[in-house]
Design a protein around this ligand. Structure first.
Ligand code: 13P
Length: 252
C-alpha cells in the first residue's frame, strides 16, 4: 500500500512573518497518521528559515525548481547540493509554469531530475496537458512525451525515489478541478506506462494530483486507487485549507 504525500507549492508567495505563522499552523495541525506525509515548498530565500522551523516536526521541506548544473557561472541559479545542504528532501521539476513561462524543455527537465537525484533529493516530476490538448484527444500522448523525455534521459531505475505529479494545466489556479475519474484515468495511464519498464517501481511510485485541489474536493480525488496525494498551490497558503486536504488523506 502506498502512503499519501500532501505537498504545498507556495509558488512566489509569502514573507517572513506570514511564513512563520503558516508553518506553525501546519506543524500544530499535522495529522498523526503514519500514512500521510506533509511537504512544503517555499520560495528559495525562505528555505533556510523554514528548515529551522520544521526541524524535528512531521513536515518535510522541498524547493520549487533546481539548476541542472552542480556549480559554476550560472547567475541566478540554485544547485541541488545547495538545496540538500539547506535541508530539502524534495524538489519540484518541470512544473507547467516553468515550462510555459520560462521555456523549460523536456530535456532540461530531465537534466534537472538527474541533478536532483545525484544530490540525494527526491524529484517531483510534473506532467500535464493544456485544455486544447485535452479537447483534441491528445492528453495521453502529451503525458507520454513528457514522461518519455525523462525516462530516456535517466532510465527507469532513477524513478525508484521519485514522485510524479499529474497537473492538468487547465486546472491550475482556475478552480476547475479534474474530476476524480478524469484524474484517475491519467494516473493509471502513467502507472501502466511505467509498469512497461519496471513493475515494482511503477507499483510503489507515488503519483500526486495537482490543480485546484482543496478541502472540498480532496476526499473524492484521494479515494481513487492511483492518486497518492496532492500538489497544492492556492490552498497550501492557509494552514486550515492545507490541513483540510491532509485530513482527507488521513481519513482515506
Ligand atoms: P493550484 O492548487 O493553485 O491550482 O495550483 C496547483 C499547482 O500548480 C501546484 O503545483
Amino acid at each position: 500500500m502506498r502512503d499519501f504525500l500532501v505537498a504545498g507549492n507556495w509558488k512566489m508567495n509569502g514573507d517572513s512573518a506570514s511564513n512563520t505563522e503558516l508553518v506553525a499552523g501546519i506543524i500544530a495541525g499535522a495529522p498523526e497518521s503514519d500514512r500521510v506525509k506533509l511537504l512544503i515548498c517555499p520560495p528559495f530565500p525562505y528555505l533556510a528559515a523554514v528548515a529551522g522551523q520544521v526541524a524535528g516536526s512531521r513536515v518535510a521541506l522541498g524547493a520549487q525548481t533546481v539548476s541542472e548544473h552542480t556549480a559554476g557561472a550560472y547567475t541566478g541559479e540554485v544547485a541541488a547540493p545547495m538545496l540538500r545542504e539547506l535541508g530539502c528532501e524534495y524538489v519540484i521539476v518541470g512544473h507547467s509554469e516553468r515550462r510555459s513561462l520560462y521555456g523549460e524543455s523536456s530535456d532540461a527537465v530531465a537534466a534537472k531530475f538527474k541533478a536532483a537525484l545525484a544530490a540525494g533529493l527526491r524529484p517531483i516530476l510534473c506532467v500535464g496537458e493544456t485544455l486544447a490538448e485535452r479537447e483534441s484527444g491528445n492528453t495521453e500522448a502529451v503525458i507520454d512525451k513528457q514522461l518519455n523525455a525523462v525516462l530516456a534521459g535517466v532510465g527507469i531505475a532513477e524513478f525508484a525515489t521519485a514522485v510524479i505529479a499529474y497537473e492538468p494545466v487547465w486546472a491550475i489556479g482556475t478552480g476547475m478541478t479534474a474530476s476524480p475519474e478524469q484524474a484517475q484515468d491519467v494516473h493509471s495511464h502513467i502507472r501502466a506506462a511505467l509498469s512497461g519498464h519496471d513493475v515494482d517501481i511503477a507499483a510503489s511510485l507515488q503519483i500526486l494530483y495537482g490543480g485546484s485541489m482543496k478541502g472540498e474536493n480532496a476526499a473524492g480525488l484521494l479515494a481513487m486507487p492511483d492518486i497518492d496525494g496532492g500538489l497544492i498551490g492556492g490552498a497550501s497558503l492557509k494552514a486550515a485549507d492545507f490541513l483540510a486536504i491532509a485530513e482527507a488523506a488521513a481519513e482515506g
